[in-house]
Design a protein around this ligand. Structure first.
Ligand SMILES: Cc1cc2nc3c(=O)[nH]c(=O)nc-3n(C[C@H](O)[C@H](O)[C@H](O)COP(=O)(O)OP(=O)(O)OC[C@H]3O[C@@H](n4cnc5c(N)ncnc54)[C@H](O)[C@@H]3O)c2cc1C
Length: 397
C-alpha cells in the first residue's frame, strides 16, 4: 500500500501561514507577557490578529467560520500554533474549548450548536469541561463518577463537586458529566449536561494553585448544588456520557500532543541557538559530544512523537476508535516533550532555569501533561491489557 504523508496544497499553505503568524506576531506577545495571558484584552488581541491573518479556528467546519481540517491536517497546523504558548489561544484551539467544539459539532442538536458552538467557534465566549472530582470521585478512573443528576419536573437537578476544571473562570458554560443511573464504579449511566455559567446552582469555589499557569482561565474547583437544568441541556443522549467522552477524549488527547510538540520544537531551537554560540573549554557547546547527544535525542523524540501522532490521526480520520494508537501516542509524547524541554534547559545552563528566557516556563507547563488526559500509568495499563486480550484471542483460534 502506498503511503502518502503530504498535505493538500490548502493545508500546506495554512501550515506555512500559521508558522509565519506565530513567529512574527504571537511569539513577541508571548515573550512580552512571560508566556501567561491573564486578561481578556490579550486574548482578544491575539484572536483578532489570527482572524486578520486567516488562520483562526482551523478545526471547526466552514459553516462555523473555520477551515474544517481533518485530524491529519490539524496535526500539522496545531504543531505550528503550539510553537508558542499563546498560539493555541490565538487560533482558538486551546484546551478545553477546542475539544468541546469538536464534541459539540459531533453530537449537539442544531439548537445547541447555534446557542453554544457558534459563539465558542468565533471566540466570543469560552467554555469548560467538568469531569474530574476530588477523591473518591472520578479521576483516572471515570467510572468512579459521583456527581449525580436526578429528574426534576421537565428537567434535571445536578449535585456534585468537580475540581481541576480548566478555564472555568470566565467560561460562559460548562459541559458537566453527571451520573443519571447506576452507581460509582459502573462504566455506564453518565450523562453530559450543558450548564450556563449564570445558573445559580453552579458555583466557582476557588482557583487551584498549580505548577502550570498558561492554560487560560486557570483550573478551578466547581460545585453543582441543586443545579436545575432543562431537558434541552442534555448533550447527546441520557446515560451515554461515557461513550461521548470517548468522542472528545481520543481526538483531544492527540490535539494536546500536537500543541506540546510545538513547544518541544521551540525548546530545541532555543537550545541549538545557544549551543552554536556559547563557548566553554575552548569550543562551542555544540561541538561537545554530550551536548550533541542531547540535541540528537531531542530530534529523535520530536520525530517519533510526530510519527505516532500521524498514525493515530490517520486512524481517527478513517472513523476508527484508535484507542490503542491514541494511548500509545499520548503516553510517548507527554514523556518525550518533557524530556526535550528538560534537555534544552540543561544545554542552556543557568540561563535555562532563569526567567530571562521561557524554557523554565515551558518545563512547568508540560509537566502536568503526564497526568491529564490520562496519566501515563493509566495508559500503560490499558495498552498492556489490550495486548494481553489480543494474545488470548489469537491463542484460542
Ligand atoms: C493541569 C490540569 C488540568 C486539568 N483539566 C481538567 C479539566 O479541564 N476537566 C477535567 O474534568 N479534569 C481536568 N484535569 C484532571 C485530570 O483529568 C485528572 O487529573 C486525571 O484524570 C487523573 O486523575 P486524578 O488526578 O484524580 O488522579 P488519580 O486518579 O488519583 O491517579 C493518581 C495516580 O495514580 C496512578 N494510576 C492511575 N491509574 C493507574 C493504573 N491503572 N495503574 C497504576 N497506576 C495508576 C497514576 O500515577 C496517577 O497519576 C486536569 C488536571 C490537571 C493536572
Amino acid at each position: 500500500m502506498a503511503v502518502d504523508l503530504s498535505h493538500s496544497p490548502d493545508v500546506a499553505e495554512l501550515v506555512d501561514r500559521t508558522r509565519a503568524f506565530v513567529r512574527d506576531v504571537v511569539v513577541p506577545l508571548e515573550e512580552q507577557h512571560g508566556g501567561v495571558a491573564r486578561t481578556e484584552e490579550v486574548r482578544t488581541e491575539l484572536q483578532r490578529a489570527a482572524k486578520d491573518a486567516g488562520v483562526f479556528a482551523p478545526h471547526v467546519s466552514p459553516e462555523y467560520g473555520g477551515h474544517g481540517l481533518d485530524m491529519c491536517g490539524r496535526a500539522a497546523v496545531f504543531e505550528e500554533a503550539g510553537y508558542s504558548l499563546f498560539g493555541p489561544l490565538a487560533l482558538n484551539i486551546a484546551a478545553p474549548d477546542e475539544g468541546n467544539m469538536h464534541m459539540l459539532e459531533a453530537i449537539a442538536t442544531e439548537e445547541q450548536k447555534q446557542r453554544y458552538l457558534r459563539p465558542l467557534a468565533n471566540g466570543q465566549v469560552r467554555s469548560c469541561f467538568a469531569m474530574t472530582e476530588p477523591a473518591p470521585g472520578a479521576g483516572s478512573d471515570p467510572a468512579a463518577l459521583t456527581t449525580h443528576a436526578v429528574r426534576d419536573g421537565d428537567g434535571w437537578r445536578i449535585n456534585g463537586r468537580k475540581w481541576f476544571i480548566t478555564g472555568a473562570d470566565g467560561a460562559a458554560f460548562a459541559i458537566c458529566m453527571a451520573r443519571t443511573s447506576g452507581s460509582a464504579g459502573r462504566t455506564e449511566g453518565a450523562t453530559m449536561f450543558l450548564v450556563d455559567a449564570d445558573n445559580p446552582g453552579m458555583r466557582l469555589v476557588r482557583h487551584i494553585d498549580t505548577l502550570d499557569e498558561s492554560l487560560y482561565g486557570g483550573h478551578m474547583e466547581v460545585v453543582f448544588e441543586d443545579c436545575l437544568v432543562p431537558d434541552e441541556a442534555v448533550l447527546g443522549e441520557v446515560d451515554e456520557g461515557f461513550r461521548y467522552a470517548q468522542v472528545r477524549l481520543g481526538p483531544a488527547r492527540m490535539t494536546h500532543c500536537m500543541r506540546w510538540l510545538g513547544i518541544a520544537r521551540r525548546a530545541q531551537d532555543i537550545a541549538v541557538a545557544r549551543a552554536s554560540e556559547r563557548e566553554v573549554f575552548g569550543s562551542r557547546l555544540g561541538e561537545l559530544g554530550m551536548v550533541q547527544q542531547m540535541i540528537a535525542d531531542n530530534e529523535i523524540d520530536i520525530a517519533a512523537s510526530r510519527g505516532l501522532i500521524t498514525q493515530a490521526c490517520w486512524e481517527l480520520d478513517r472513523g476508527r476508535s484508535a484507542a490503542q494508537s491514541t494511548s500509545v501516542a499520548k503516553t510517548f509524547c507527554a514523556e518525550a516533550v518533557w524530556r526535550c524541554v528538560d534537555r534544552a534547559l540543561q544545554i542552556c545552563g543557568s540561563l535555562g532555569v532563569s526567567g530571562d528566557i521561557l524554557l523554565s516556563r515551558f518545563l512547568r507547563e508540560v509537566r502536568p501533561f503526564r497526568i491529564y488526559d490520562g496519566p501515563s500509568e493509566t495508559h500503560r495499563w490499558s495498552i498492556a491489557r489490550r495486548v494481553l486480550r489480543r494474545h488470548d484471542k489469537e491463542s484460542t483460534r
